[in-house]
Design a protein around this ligand. Sequence first.
Ligand SMILES: [Zn+2]
Length: 120
Amino acid sequence: MDKPPRPKRPINPIVFIVLGLAIALYALFITWTVPDTNKDLMYVFAAIGFLFFVVGLIKHLMSKDKPSLKKEEEQVANQFTNISVTNPPVGEKTIILCSKCRSRNYSTSNFCHMCGARLR
Ligand SMILES: [Zn+2]
């Protein structure tokens, strides 16, 4: 009750991985290099470190999944916009020339607006 509430900020999973690896490796390093050590205690340390490492790895993988999904959605959206750019919608007006009077007409019109000749 005396302690102030901790601000809930997501810890970078890399911190877990690095910290966990550091603790585990340090504990193992001590057990192997220093002969007079409490090996049980060091193994506990190593286990805790390994646990941190695994948690960090899981968090890292989970946080990585979300942005990649968003990227895929963006790619799909981009594909749609690309399609609409490369394939203009049917009925879009382009300019064609009348074969009789050479005046400009929309490709959607059936007759020339100048001479009335049939365009299609
Ligand atoms: Zn014409």
